[in-house]
Write a protein that binds this ligand. Structure first.
Ligand code: PA5
Length: 442
């Protein structure tokens, strides 16, 4: 069985990474022994085993929603939707919606766009749809707002009893408005355990139910994660999560590379990068420290960001996610006239062209002073995405401890909420409201 691999060979010499060995092992011990900062949020560490007893029930719920719905709306924001969206987008056909595949999984509550919600409500009009509402706190404004609108629409279209069957809530066991509402309405629920933070929750029902609803194999995803968890117990020399944490910290702390770009050459990986940005940005960006996580989709963004990456300020490091083998084959045809001059590609697979673009880009960026790390997936499927997810989560925990921050809190996220509530005159925010309005008048 192949596994995902990691290499820092185009970024750093082994001596530099090996200097971190003791610190990295200590950070990993702090993580696994639960003795570090934020140690009440380590429930994700053993999720690949701990979730097993729930898999059958999650699958049964997904099967019911798939049978009864043409559209399944997945409501959530941040860690409550990005993991599922990342896996689903990576595995779905690029044009599945246009091919009429059913059921479609669509997302809501990840923004407050009025046009977005209007268009979603228009799409759902007269359709058989169901709702998965995910919010750990059960109080987040964006998903709560979307849920009220769509729950009302579902009840009006299909009746209260059907809505009760077709709404599933994933939230805290006891606390929060969503729990109260779910209990009162008698919805099917799954619990987000207290010790699992949003951005580490993709391998819990938060990610697994929407992934199963899209028709993907959650057993294989969890198996991949479990196998990666086992690999994370290997010594430093064979432990890719430890090596990734060491390499990126060497580049950041000693070589001034303040921005890490996650790069893909596979358009379906766009949302894997979005998930990764939250995981690393929210975990490390605190106490005025942290690598800034950015992402680009190549070769698309080589035509917009390529200039800066090759030639701009030298603050960048790159981590490329490379998929060794495309799932489908497209051979480039010969053309007698060759008016486009592309006959040198005739008989080659499109993926071979993409791979040469990838190699050429990596070499050019290294020459331009952008250290290049490489993660390789043998193929894009549930199993390797499961490995990748656990790999990134484990390396993130280690990396946060190397930076001496608490990787499992997010105090900075509250600042905008406080201002928004004050500006919307939410009861309890009167003082903040007066202060903000005075400030805006200045
Ligand atoms: O990682 C996190 O903690 C956040 O991104 C949350 O998941 C996000 O803010 C949504 O919170 P909740 O699930 O409580 O609605």
């Amino acid at each position: 069985m192949k596994h995902i691999t990691f290499s820092y060979a185009s970024a750093l010499k082994a001596e530099k990474v090996n200097q971190w060995k003791e610190q990295v092992i200590a950070a990993d011990n702090t993580l696994t022994s639960g003795t570090g900062k934020g140690n009440d949020f380590l429930g994700w560490l053993h999720l690949p085993e701990d979730i097993q007893p729930q898999l059958q029930d999650i699958q049964a719920t997904a099967d019911m929603l798939r049978r009864e719905c043409d559209i399944i709306v997945c409501i959530g924001i941040g860690g409550s939707y990005l993991g599922a969206k990342a896996v689903n987008e990576a595995l779905l056909s690029s044009f599945g919606a246009l091919e009429g595949n059913k059921p479609q999984v669509v997302y809501a509550g990840q923004n407050i766009g009025e046009d977005y919600l209007y268009e979603l409500q228009a799409l759902l009009k007269g359709k058989k749809f169901g709702i998965i509402c995910i919010s750990k706190s059960g109080t987040t404004t964006e998903p709560a707002l979307a849920f009220r609108l769509l729950k009302t629409q579902l009840e009006q279209q299909q009746g209260k009893a059907a809505a009760q069957r077709l709404i599933v809530c994933i939230t805290d066991a006891k606390r929060g408005a969503l729990r109260t509402l779910a209990t009162q309405e008698g919805y099917k629920t799954y619990v987000i355990e207290d010790n699992i933070g949003g951005r580490f929750s993709v391998l819990s029902p938060v990610g697994l139910l929407p992934i199963a609803c899209a028709g993907f194999d959650i057993q294989a995803l969890i198996q991949g994660a479990a196998d990666m968890e086992a690999q994370c117990a290997l010594p430093f020399e064979q432990n890719i999560a430890m090596q990734y944490a060491a390499a990126r910290n060497e580049l950041y702390q000693r070589e001034g590379k303040k921005v890490e770009m996650l790069v893909n050459f596979h358009p379906k990986l766009h949302y894997v990068s979005e998930w990764w940005k939250q995981l690393y940005g929210e975990s490390e960006g605190k106490d005025k420290k942290g690598i800034f996580p950015a992402s680009v989709d190549f070769t698309t963004d080589l035509h917009s960001m390529g200039q800066y990456i090759q030639d701009g300020e030298r603050i960048l490091m790159e981590t490329v996610i490379s998929v060794s083998k495309a799932n489908h084959e497209v051979i480039f045809p010969h053309d007698e006239q060759n008016l486009d001059g592309l006959n040198f590609l005739a008989g080659k697979r499109v993926d071979e062209v993409n791979k040469m673009a990838e190699l050429g880009t990596r070499l050019a960026h290294v020459d331009g002073g952008v250290p290049n790390m490489l993660i390789e997936l043998p193929v894009l499927n549930e199993y390797y995405l499961g490995e990748l997810i656990y790999f990134f989560e484990r390396a993130c925990g280690i990396s946060g401890y190397l930076l001496d921050v608490n990787p499992f809190n997010q105090p900075g996220v509250e600042a905008y909420k406080k201002n928004m509530f004050a500006l919307l005159d939410k009861p309890g925010y009167e003082a903040e409201s007066a202060a903000l309005r005075a400030r805006l008048k200045e």
